[in-house]
Design a protein around this ligand. Structure first.
Ligand code: AMP
Length: 217
């Protein structure tokens, strides 16, 4: 069965971690627009140059720009069997653009999972998040620390803090979420697509709750 899922929630709620696990379970591609955009920035493409400023400040990138990046990814063969979208849509305009893109191929979304956590949990998670410069593996200084300080367990690469995980940018990202993304939740609820999961707990507990919320899909 084809599954087209959207994972929606504030930054730091655990969308990426949960999407990774569920994607592996259902053998679906995990498509994160944040990751796609970071690749564009790293490769210094035209798209990357346009998106960089907003991303560093923790603001949303232009709807058409991020949708073009997403469309390109969705046109790859593996997305025909379904996908998990992580971090898209984030505005009502993107909801509309996604519906149009799916309509063109005669498809629609199956489920929207709302992954939620309190502001206190989010700030604690994001400000302690570190990533390996070389392989991208994520750590948390409190809940998932590396064995050697500042070094990746897997490849010994140097760990760094994402610019948008710094205090000021976290505030901006939460603001953008409240103003632009939250209204989407009621929209999908009215459409009968929404399922909800509380992710204030530890990783394993959150993953189990998310699997439970997706039962029967
Ligand atoms: P994320 O890794 O999902 O937190 O995304 C990192 C940053 O990429 C965000 O703070 C935005 O600047 C940008 N971004 C990712 N996805 C979107 C989206 N759907 N719409 C607008 N901006 C996005």
């Amino acid at each position: 069965m084809t599954k087209r899922l959207v994972f929606l929630g504030p930054p730091g709620a655990g969308k990426g971690t949960i999407a990774n696990r569920i994607a592996a379970k259902f053998n679906l591609p995990h498509i994160s627009t944040g990751d796609l955009l970071r690749k564009e920035v790293a490769a210094e493409t035209e798209v990357g140059k346009k998106a960089k400023g907003e991303m560093l400040r923790g603001e949303l990138v232009n709807d058409e720009l991020v949708t073009a990046v997403l469309r390109k990814r969705l046109s790859q063969g593996d997305a025909a069997k379904g996908f998990i979208l992580d971090g898209y849509p984030r505005t009502m305009k993107q909801v509309e653009l996604l519906e149009n893109a799916l309509k063109e191929i005669g498809e629609k979304l199956d489920v929207v999972l709302h992954i939620d956590a309190s502001q206190k949990t989010i700030i604690k998670r994001l400000s302690n998040r570190r990533q390996c410069k070389r392989c991208g593996k994520l750590y948390n200084l409190v809940s998932l620390p590396p064995k050697n300080k500042g070094r990746c367990d897997v490849c010994q690469g140097e760990l760094f803090q994402r610019k948008d995980d710094e205090q000021e940018a976290i505030k901006k990202r939460l603001q953008a979420y409240g103003q632009r993304t939250k209204p989407i939740i009621s929209y999908y609820k009215e459409k009968g697509l929404l399922r909800e999961v509380d992710c204030n707990g530890e990783i394993e507990e959150n993953l189990l709750n998310a699997e439970e919320a997706l039962k029967g899909i």
